[in-house]
Design a protein around this ligand. Structure first.
Ligand code: PHE
Length: 454
């Protein structure tokens, strides 16, 4: 897909290849694993509403900005920021933004790979028939036994990290392009089937819908607003250079705004379908919406165990989840690898071994936070929660804030207008207002609120 042979910096083979890769990056564990459990922990409807508003008013404009910065520079995020700062005659400190992105990507990948490992392990569990006719209690104990074993978690984490490294080394090849091409339709079909199953839970289906879509603002704390906003960045892969580096492989004749709407739309639909499938099962089995990161692993297997054809669906679902995670994890590693190759003269292999190795090691912290180190907490958070908070709630919104300021205020407006090439200047003005005022102000006010100034 990215042709890395002809020039030192590759190109997507087509518009479609780019859309697939960027959607592959956006749609992942964030939609199917994280969105439901954080919605459960943050009280449902009001949280979902804030998340949707953030996607629309902050996420989409910033995604357009990140893509245009990447495409204009045709460079990895660190060099891109160096180049664009020179072009804008701005302070050279802006290139630290590229750095923060590379670091955030590797920090996220460290725990992402552990959870993706859970999904891979669940393929085998589904295959072995463990879920058939199992009740909620049995499914919960399968999950608890699994995460209590550091050896098993390390095994699957290692396997997933190796798979990520393997694909990133190859450059993104045809195999992956094909995989994503089939994955997306299969993913949609499976999500709809799960939603159909959720509809069979009678009243609980409506309880689920009510939980997701009827906002109760009394449940909203400033930290849940921060989590919703952070998740808008996380789920769209924003604020750390993944979309920037993908944009840098994009040729000039492709419309950024159209592709961004497609990608953000698909991403949001998958998350909402996951929520609609999961909460009815939660209520039907007297489970708690706030059971945390194990939520999908404790609920969906109940459905697979009970429905006709559930054995096959369970296998397909976890295969699909693992592949969706893989198409995201490669984009978490790509900024670091592109920089090591283009700036430090590493071969792609060496760059992957280094980024993967360091990230794998860091991931052990997350593995142990579910078992041997589960009581090790700082500010009431275990290692996994610290990494998640630091990246999704702080680094990505700060990265996104800086990207908004840079594109809205520092970059020459003519340059952003040329890149976006919107059909009329009215659209450009709307984007410009969102990126210069609305997005940065929103991030800023949420932060002030969380630290208690507002
Ligand atoms: N967007 C991915 C998901 O929802 C995660 C991700 C975050 C990927 C940041 C790249 C960059 O699972």
């Amino acid at each position: 897909m990215i042709d890395t042979n002809t020039t030192s910096h590759g190109k997507w083979s087509s518009r479609f290849a780019y859309i697939l890769a960027a959607t592959g990056s956006a749609v992942g564990l964030g939609n199917i694993w994280k969105f439901p459990y954080i919605t459960g922990e943050n009280g449902g409807g009001a949280f979902v509403l804030v998340y949707l508003l953030c996607v629309l008013l902050i996420g989409i404009p910033i995604m357009m900005a990140e893509t245009l910065l990447g495409r204009r520079s045709q460079k990895n995020p660190i060099e891109a920021m160096e180049l664009l700062t020179k072009e804008a005659n701005a302070d050279s400190n802006w290139h630290y933004l590229g750095w923060m992105g590379v670091i955030a990507g590797l920090l996220i990948l460290s725990y992402y790979s552990v959870i993706a490992g859970w999904s891979s392990a669940y393929i085998l569990k589904a295959f072995s028939g463990s879920f058939i006719d199992a009740d909620a209690l049995a499914i919960k104990s399968i999950f608890n036994d699994f995460i209590a074993s550091p050896v098993k978690l390390v095994f699957w984490h290692t396997l997933f990290m190796l798979a990520t490294m393997w694909i990133v080394v190859k450059g993104i090849n045809n195999g992956l392009e094909k995989a994503v091409q089939y994955l997306m339709p299969v993913l949609f079909v499976l999500m709809f089937l799960l939603v159909a199953y959720a509809m069979t839970t009678g009243d609980n289906y409506f309880k689920g819908l009510h939980f997701l879509f009827s906002p109760d603002f009394s449940k909203l704390t400033s930290n849940s607003v921060l989590t919703a906003m952070g998740h808008a960045f996380f789920t769209l892969s924003l604020g750390m250079g993944a979309i920037m580096v993908y944009g840098s492989y994009l040729s000039k004749d492709i419309s950024i705004s159209k592709t961004v709407f497609l990608i953000a739309g698909a991403d949001t639909i998958v998350a909402l379908l996951a929520g609609i499938a999961i909460f009815p099962i939660v209520f039907a089995n007297n489970l708690h919406p706030n059971s945390g990161p194990g939520l999908i692993f404790e609920t969906l297997p109940i459905a697979f165990g009970a429905m006709t054809g559930g054995w096959l669906m369970g296998i397909l679902f976890f295969v699909m989840l693992a592949i969706a995670a893989l198409t995201s994890s490669i984009s978490l590693m790509e900024p670091a690898v592109a920089w090591l190759v283009e700036n430090r003269g590493f071969s792609r292999q060496k760059a992957c071994v280094w980024s993967g190795g360091v990230t794998w090691l860091l991931g052990l912290g997350t593995v142990f936070s579910f078992n041997v180190w589960e009581n090790f907490k700082v500010f009431d958070r275990n290692i996994f929660q610290i990494l998640d908070y630091l990246t999704a709630n702080l680094m990505l919104p700060i990265g996104g804030f800086c990207i908004a300021i840079f594109t809205g205020w520092i970059m020459n407006a003519q340059h952003s207008e040329d890149e976006l090439a919107l059909p009329n200047s009215g659209y450009y003005q709307v984007w410009k207002m969102l990126i210069s005022y609305v997005a940065p102000a929103a991030v800023f006010f949420v932060f002030l609120h969380v630290v208690g100034v507002l």
